[in-house]
Write a protein of this length. Structure first.
Length: 86
């Protein structure tokens, strides 16, 4: 359990290929191929691939069909629906 907490704290905004692969749950070889083909958002710093966490999060949201609802669409004055009594 301590390892999982330590791993979560170690996630940085800019990650190398190993850190990003661990974050995404895929192999480093697969991530390297994805970055080379332009499939994932990445950039090269010198000759090494780097990945911004915020861009990876946005990319995952886009690929999974998740869309953030704008705050203006939420009516905070409405009450939650109440379940019917049995």
């Amino acid at each position: 359990m301590a390892v999982a907490i330590q791993t979560q704290l170690a996630v940085r905004e800019v990650m190398d290929i190993r850190q990003a692969a661990d974050y995404l749950g895929i192999s480093g070889d697969t991530l390297y191929r994805y970055a080379s083909e332009g499939f994932v958002p990445a950039f090269k710093l010198g000759n090494r691939w780097r990945f911004r966490k915020s861009l990876l999060d946005g990319w995952m949201d886009e690929k999974s069909g998740v869309s953030a609802a704008p705050a203006a669409d939420v009516d905070v004055t409405r009450k939650k629906p109440v379940a019917r009594a049995r």
